[in-house]
Design a protein around this ligand. Structure first.
Ligand SMILES: C[S@@+](CC[C@H](N)C(=O)[O-])C[C@H]1O[C@@H](n2cnc3c(N)ncnc32)[C@H](O)[C@@H]1O
Length: 363
């Protein structure tokens, strides 16, 4: 067995090219070349291993220094031999170290997985939380590509929003992940002049992260938070915690039903991309009805093109939206076409330093 076999091949007794000749140099070098190119984009072992380490909070357990694996297994409620194999694999991939035999410790990459790290990666990768579940949905990607349908339902047994509604813990985790991008909310809010707005309605506004920014920068504005009832309740608590709830009304309802009327600005932040065209037009029509002739509808989505856009992120999110909920990322022109179908006109587009687009529409 060569070093390359040891490093890469899943079966040590395997004849690399499977032709019974012991892997002659020509074919094995072709195998090696193919492996070198494809391994970084095909390995499922390491990404799962990192997620398992995150789910078990292993980095937290090593925060005070190296820990013998038996002790780590006891503290994490795991099987010591299996845990050793997991950590050795990760050590070889540069996450964690083994400073003495059977004793493991943090290194810089592993320290990124501690619960109190501001990046929140442990929570994001936790297989028991929304982030981890979202990643597991990709085990159904083949189904999505064959059918054009979201994998979520086949992987978890119910469509995305139904699944969240039926699993309150997952819904809490989803809301927390949405609210985690507070700097994105501030980025979006900074790109609009709120001075002419008296009443802003955030439709599908989650737990109020964006509204909190608007209410903070525009002290005379009133707000209404519209979202599903449990999420709105969490929003009420969030805004109360920031002392902003007195200027905010709360509407726990579906945005497919008539929306509170009388707002000057109806915000849809990261909402339209969750849905296919037909559903997106229905939501926009509800906003158009409520906004009337004078109100504005402001979609906030990632930019599909132009300066500041990130085409790789756009492509990934476009696939992600399809796998999760059957939604899609769209270009400015495509958002404009949706607006037209909803009886609106796209009148202005602002872009933000973080690459978001504010698509401003009116009747
Ligand atoms: C991707 S999140 C965006 C949240 C927030 N606007 C943000 O920018 O972070 C989509 C939001 O739509 C809400 N939502 C989904 N279906 C809904 C429905 N039928 N009626 C109202 N809100 C809904 C979800 O609860 C969630 O808060």
């Amino acid at each position: 067995m060569t070093t390359a076999d040891h490093d890469h091949h899943p079966d040590p007794s395997h004849d690399r090219d499977g032709d019974g000749d012991g892997g002659q140099p020509d074919r094995s070098s072709a195998w090696q070349a193919a492996w070198d190119v494809l391994a970084p984009v095909t390995d499922l072992v390491t990404p799962m291993a990192v997620r398992v380490a995150a789910s078990l909070s292993l980095a937290d357990l090593m925060a005070d220094g190296p820990v013998p694996v038996e002790e780590l297994a006891r503290r994490s409620g795991t099987h010591a031999d299996a845990l050793t194999r997991l950590l050795r694999h990760l050590v070889h991939r540069g996450v964690f170290t083994e400073p003495a035999p059977d004793s493991f410790a943090l290194n810089e990459p592993a320290a990124l997985l501690t619960s109190d790290h501001p990046a929140g990666m442990r929570q994001r990768l936790d297989l028991g939380g929304f982030g981890g579940q979202m990643d597991l949905a990709f085990t159904g990607l083949l189904h999505t590509v064959r059918t054009g349908q979201p994998a979520w339902e086949t992987v978890f047994g119910a469509p995305f929003w139904h699944h969240l509604a039926a699993n309150p813990e997952m819904s809490v985790s989803f809301d927390a992940m949405m609210a985690a991008g507070a700097d994105y909310a501030a980025d979006a809010v900074s790109a609009y002049d709120w001075s002419g707005v008296r009443h802003v309605v955030d439709v599908g506004g989650g737990t109020g992260a964006l509204l909190a920014e608007v209410l903070s920068v525009a002290p005379d504005i009133r707000a209404t938070l519209v979202d599903l009832p449990d999420t709105v309740e969490r929003g009420r608590q969030h805004l109360a915690g920031r002392g902003l709830d007195k200027r905010c009304a709360f509407a726990g309802q579906s945005f497919f039903d008539p929306l509170p009327a009388g707002g000057d600005a109806y915000v849809l932040s990261g909402v339209v991309h969750d849905w296919d065209d037909e559903a997106a037009v229905r939501i926009l029509r509800r906003c158009a009805e409520a906004a009337g002739q004078d109100g504005r509808i402001i979609m906030i989505e990632s930019q599909g093109g132009g300066p500041g856009a990130d085409p790789a992120m756009f492509a990934e999110m476009n696939l992600r939206m399809l796998v999760l909920s059957g939604g899609r990322e769209r270009t400015v022109d495509q958002y404009g076409a949706l607006a037209t179908r909803a009886g609106l006109t796209l009148t202005d587009v602002r872009t933000t330093p973080y690459g978001q687009a504010l698509l401003i529409c009116q009747a």
